[in-house]
Design a protein around this ligand. Sequence first.
Ligand SMILES: [Zn+2]
Length: 418
Amino acid sequence: MTRSFGSSHDQIRAEQLARLRRHLPEVLRDNSFWRERLHDVRGWDDFERLPLTTKDDLVADQSRHPPFGTNLTYPLERYVRVHQTSGSSGTRPLRWLDTAESWTWWRRVWAEQVYPAAGVTPADRVFLAFSFGPFIGFWSAFGGTEELGALAISGGAMTTEQRLRSMVEMGATVLCSTPTYALRLAEVAQESGVDLAASPLRVTVHAGEPGASVPGTRDAIERAFGASCFDHTGMTELGPTGFSCSQRDGVHLVESEFVFEVIPEGGKDASKTPTGELVATNLGRWGSPLVRYRTGDRVELSREPCSCGSPYAKILGGVRGRVDDMFTVRGVNLYPSQVEDIVRRFPQITEFMVEHRRLRRMDEVTLLIECPDAAAPVERLSEDLRAALGVRIDCRQVADGTLPRSELKARRLRRVDD
Ligand SMILES: [Zn+2]
């Protein structure tokens, strides 16, 4: 018998509330960051009156109380790991502590939810193309691989060529990387005559950027690797928040471990799929919890049942972009991921960047592209962009290697103020 979506969702809500009620009293008592901000929660009405929290609040707290800030429920000796944000948005990195329990929580979400949704099993060999430094990145995926019982292969401290060789020689069946870096691996494989599609690699799991949910990027990765490509969303300060399923039309939010809300753009949004900023509360990281945290991610949330059977809500098309990454062309609001979807249909284009200029209060947008050893298809690209987005964007080819290549999170919007 299939359980109805409604009752299952009600059960999830009841469990979320029970966990909040079980753990919030300790946070209110012992965590000085939250003591001033929160009040006791007995029902959802109480929860909805709690204030929203931003990354700026956390950064300010750590500046005032170095090195770890005051969002600590336990004495420092209880914590066993420290990581930090990538600092990709230009702000100073945020340090984040985990207890043994909260680190196990991260690992379990990977082992029990993210990996199974991508079809990864204990028989797999997982290659993690990531430099294992202070940024949390794929550390949790590495731990999740062990938790699952699969083989975790570190791809830290290697060149792209060394990573390719390591993957092929050890028969990796799963790759974890950013989508941008997967395309970089494919580019180097082609240059050095490595046939990735003929390797045993069958699944790729991506995080850090929305690319794996952008159809053009996903297709490019799947073509290059002969593999199925999955998306994962997560944040250093929050934890592992989502995964894409077999339907591949979005990312399910891990509602067993988080409460999710959406702040609708322009006030109310009574539609079935409200669009706006995703807000999250974690339910498994009580040593450094976040309550009603504004993620800065722009999403379209759907509670329509998914044919994969998951009772979780889904963000359609994955994260659509950062709320502050919006740019405007002739009155049309756009996000870099919309441009990315078109650009990735041109396999000869290896890298791109949207350059946004404010010239005498006018918005000017140029798409910079790299297209090695060939004349870039600027006219066709421009036409495709106009057909898909409804505006004309000038495209300009730049010399190979001019645009930044990122192994962590690529930022493909550059703002230039005159
Ligand atoms: Zn699904």
